[in-house]
Design a protein around this ligand. Structure first.
Ligand SMILES: NC(=O)c1ccc[n+]([C@@H]2O[C@H](COP(=O)([O-])OP(=O)(O)OC[C@H]3O[C@@H](n4cnc5c(N)ncnc54)[C@H](O)[C@@H]3O)[C@@H](O)[C@H]2O)c1
Length: 391
């Protein structure tokens, strides 16, 4: 679909000035921005915030302890007044009370309309700080500095921000594109192993979205081993390739109007249902991994992929220690009901699947229920489809 952009430096630096960095572009007219992927990028982040007097850096203690110093030093050297604002860890911190607390702390510190927020962290920090930036003073600039693999390849790109309500995840939010994304792959060295592998679930999704070289990297034993070992050069390449796909999709369909952005949800219909069931504690990327196997099974059943595609998917995911079957004890009835509630579905069953012959991903509405059940069975979901669900 898209290949990583040429080697370059941070926004404001000439292309080629920092050899180990890649710069991608999200093309959105006047709101276009760069994504910088590379090692040591945080130490040069101030170049992406020209003309800002004050910058509020939002982070979590575990991340700030390790990575705030180079960022704050970079801002200080550029003459920017910067202050750290910590939020709690976990989904419960992605909430309106956290947004209010941040807004009040920003106001007390004197953050103004022309200043900026930096989100230094994973998707929880990025979504919360991004939404706070969208609301504070009716919108201040936000730079995303993602520190998890999931955030570097997905959450930090594309301008979706928001927080959870007790009634559900991501129920309050706004589109607020960042002014830049600075993805320093060095930060991934300290990511807990399970979080890192879960991020590879999203990377695998991009491999199925058409980047042949990314697919080859994930399918190759040696390259996959280097990725698991978090080799910085391999990481930079894989993050840049994944981010380039997301950037291209967001550039073409910012507000999810043409259906293209919805293709980023490959594997996600079942994944969201598994996450909603909740009690199994799957991380998002782990749920996506199961969802990718299910999608391959469904696509094969619909003659959209060859019969050996599901096993190839399983092999790739298993290599990264990702689950390829749903947790035991789940009934198809519950999952079908939850998948019908998916926000794309409007009451029916909607999936994102390859076009016949393994072509580009497309939306598929209401495939035969028996094939959905068969694909669910192939990922270990027991029968027990309720009477009301049998079509
Ligand atoms: N906005 C979007 O488009 C989008 C897309 C996908 C997911 N999301 C959201 O992202 C969130 C999940 O994000 P996540 O997977 O990054 O989880 P997360 O932000 O909760 O981070 C996972 C854990 O790793 C820690 N951590 C982060 N970076 C670290 C580092 N470099 N070293 C050590 N520890 C580190 C965090 O403190 C946290 O404990 C969800 O809320 C999801 O809804 C948003």
């Amino acid at each position: 679909m898209s290949s990583p952009a040429p080697v370059g430096g941070l926004p404001g630096e000439p292309v080629g000035s920092v050899p180990d960095e890649r710069r991608l572009r999200v093309e959105l007219g006047p709101r276009s921005y760069d994504i910088v992927v590379g090692t040591g990028a945080l130490a040069r982040a101030a170049a992406a915030l020209p003309g800002r007097a004050r910058v509020a850096v939002v982070s979590q203690a575990v991340i700030a302890d390790r990575y705030a110093d180079p960022l704050l030093a970079s801002l200080g050297e550029a003459g920017i007044m910067a202050e750290l604002f910590l939020i709690d860890d976990g989904e419960q911190a992605k909430s309106l009370p956290t947004v209010e607390s941040l807004c009040r702390r920003f106001a007390a510190w004197g953050l103004l309309r022309g200043d900026a927020v930096v989100a230094l962290g994973g998707g929880v920090v990025g979504d919360t700080a991004g939404f706070t930036a969208a609301a504070y003073h009716r919108g201040v600039a936000c730079l995303q500095a993602p520190t998890t693999l999931l955030a570097q390849v997905d959450a930090a790109i594309g301008g979706k921000t928001g927080v959870n309500l007790p009634e559900g995840k991501n129920l309050v939010g706004a589109f607020h594109q960042p002014v830049a994304v600075v993805a320093d792959v060095d930060t991934l060295a300290t990511l807990p192993e399970r979080e890192y592998r879960a991020g590879l679930g999203e990377v695998a999704k991009y491999a199925f979205m058409g980047d042949a070289e990314l697919g080859a990297t994930l399918a190759d034993e040696a390259a996959a081993a280097a990725l698991l070992a978090r080799h910085p050069a391999v990481l930079a390449d894989v993050v840049a390739r994944s981010a380039a796909i997301k950037a291209a999709v967001v550039s073409a369909d910012e507000y999810e109007r043409t259906g293209l952005r919805a293709t980023l949800n490959y594997g996600h219909t079942l994944a969201h249902a598994l996450e909603t069931v909740g009690r199994y504690g799957l991380l998002h990327g782990e749920a996506v991994a199961v969802g990718l196997v299910f999608a391959a099974e469904l696509a094969a059943a619909l003659d959209r992929l060859p019969p050996d595609a599901p096993d190839a998917t399983r092999r790739m995911l298993a290599r990264f220690g990702l689950p390829t079957a749903a947790p035991a004890g789940l009934g198809a009835a519950d999952l079908v009901t939850l998948m019908r509630r998916d926000k794309k579905a409007a009451g029916g069953l909607t999936f994102v699947l390859p076009a016949p012959g393994g072509g580009p991903l497309e939306r598929v509405d209401d495939p035969p229920l028996r094939l959905v059940e068969r694909a669910l069975a192939a990922v270990g979901v027991g029968d027990g489809v309720g009477d009301g669900d049998r079509g």
